[in-house]
Design a protein around this ligand. Structure first.
Ligand code: NOJ
Length: 520
């Protein structure tokens, strides 16, 4: 929400909408935490993920006082707030890098990763995630610096202990200001191979990916394995140290973005005996089809591999991937089944803003693109602007988001917070209802989980159990009515919550989400 008409959402705008997020009644969304994407000063080459000052607020979003008001407003409503901590790299405009690049003797030089290269060429084959070599020449010192992302995002040297202390102090700075924790950007990238050995390449046959036509071709292609740049054992040491800082104040947490490897590798970032990240995003739904079988596999594997006592974190959409509604071509009932799944699984669900409305990606003309990745690869649909367009609040001009010109066009005119609030059958009304239900049932918000056999293969069926409650959840992930055989597990359940007004005891409606109390 933009409060000052410059077309960009800002902190006062967000503060003015806190009641929408949680007002203590069933007519708000009822969230318990807010992850604020980066709001620090930034040249915005990568929309805040290139930070030039870790301890203040970019004027485009407001002031430190605006931040304090947001914090106070959130706290008053029982909303925790976490900041994005982007410390694999800083902006090349950060004073550290501006100093570091001036001479090899500069005290900040070792805050970054450098190499002489060979014969004017980069030292190895490491590639930037956004394309091209990960090395950029620095004329002043006659050497290359590493950038795993854009060349304006220089990778920090996590082997430098002074740098680590600086990061710890940044964490303390925000924790003292009242934040409850951090979302760690690419947390498995921090430490790189000291010998700068080449990364391997593997030939993969690309699989059709939901919602991304550029990846629907079955062509063999060579892909960098990142075996020397990602998941290095010392990164775990760095995270354990950061956990120590988090634990200095009770009740704080870190959730990590672990760029996708195998499920086992991702889950290893919880650490032995809860010693690293408190939560690790599970992104595995992104690359699977919307089928009970696919989802069941991911969930079961997560439950099997999750370290003792660790708590999952589920994601269907975020600012980097095609929104789930577009990815899976969802109708509103299908969207409800998806949100139903997210809010009933064991774990912390992360809803991406607009997901509660069932918002789809916004198709954009090339000239409107802002994301450098989108511009570089256009017309391939790999840019991220489509999922970042402003929130549609109402049916006034620019969907009530701004009185000025929005930084990206607002999406779907028919859909907004106010129209969906007025419609009891909307995705928003459903999400609010389920969120309220979830918050009042310990089985759902804290209970254990087991997958059980459902009435058909197209259904996901699982139990959630706390010391006080035992519930079963059945989600029909298909557009067909599913019969419930007499005497089956599901037929014995007493429905407590459903997407249907009158759930039938003999069948599940297409896309129905049903929560039931299991018989004692
Ligand atoms: C992951 C963030 O989610 C993405 O938006 C960003 O471009 C990269 N990390 C680099 O910081």
């Amino acid at each position: 929400m933009d409060s000052n008409g410059d077309g960009v959402g800002d902190l006062p705008g967000l503060t003015s909408k806190l009641d929408v997020l949680r007002d203590g009644t069933p007519s708000s969304l009822g969230i318990e935490g807010l992850w604020l994407s980066p709001v620090y000063p930034s040249p915005n080459r990568d929309f805040g993920y290139d930070i030039s000052d870790y301890s203040s607020i970019d004027p485009v979003y407001g002031t430190m006082e605006d931040f304090d008001r947001l914090m106070a407003g959130a706290r008053a409503r029982g909303i925790h707030l976490i900041m994005d901590l982007v410390v694999n790299h800083s902006s090349t405009e950060h004073p550290w890098f501006r100093q570091a690049r001036t001479s090899r003797e500069n005290p900040f030089h070792d805050y970054y990763l450098w190499s002489d290269g060979t014969n004017g060429k980069p030292p190895n084959n490491w590639g930037s995630t956004f394309g091209g070599s990960a090395w950029e020449w620095n004329e002043q010192t006659h050497e290359f610096y590493l950038h795993s992302f854009l060349k304006e995002q220089a990778d920090l040297n996590w082997r430098n202990h002074r740098l680590r202390e600086e990061i710890h102090d940044i964490m303390r700075f925000w924790m003292n200001r009242g934040v409850d924790g951090f979302r760690l950007d690419v947390a498995n990238y921090y430490v790189k191979d000291a010998q700068l050995r080449d990364n391997a390449h593997e030939v993969v046959i690309t699989q059709p990916m939901p919602g991304n036509p550029s990846k629907t071709l079955y062509i063999p292609m060579s892909r960098e394995v990142y075996d020397h740049t990602v998941d290095q054992p010392e990164t775990h040491d760095a995270l354990r140290e950061m956990r120590g800082v988090i634990d200095e104040k009770p009740g704080h947490m870190m959730v990590g973005e672990i760029a996708q490897r195998t499920q086992g590798q991702v889950l290893s970032y919880y650490g032995d005996g809860d010693s690293e990240l408190n939560l690790v995003f599970n992104f595995f739904f992104f690359v699977r089809h919307f089928r009970a079988k696919d989802f069941r596999d991911i969930i079961q594997r997560t439950l099997d591999l999750l370290p003792e006592g660790a708590w999952p974190a589920w994601v269907l959409s975020n600012h980097d991937v095609v929104r789930a509604v577009s990815r899976y071509h969802c109708s509103p009932p299908m969207t409800k089944s998806m949100i139903g799944l997210l809010l009933t699984l064991k774990g912390t669900p992360f809803l991406y803003n607009g997901e509660e409305l069932g918002l789809a990606n916004t198709p954009l003309l090339r000239k409107l693109l802002q994301d450098p990745v989108g511009k570089r690869y256009w017309p391939l649909p790999v840019g991220r602007d489509g999922e970042r367009t402003p929130m549609p609040w109402d049916d006034t001009a620019n969907a009530g988001f701004t009185t000025g010109v929005p930084w990206l066009p607002v999406s779907a005119p028919a859909m907004s917070y106010s129209t969906e609030s007025a419609d009891p059958t909307s995705v928003l009304s459903f999400t609010r209802r389920l969120s309220w239900f979830r918050s009042h049932h310990s089985a759902l918000n804290a209970g254990d989980m087991s997958i059980v056999a459902g009435p058909s293969d197209t259904c996901l069926c699982f139990t959630r159990t706390s010391s006080a409650e035992h519930m079963t959840i059945t989600i029909n992930l298909s557009d067909q009515t599913v019969a419930i055989p007499r005497g089956s597990f599901t037929s014995d359940q007493i429905p407590l919550f459903s997407t249907e007004e009158q759930p039938s005891m003999d069948s599940l409606a297409p896309w129905e989400v049903r929560i039931a109390a299991a018989p004692a």
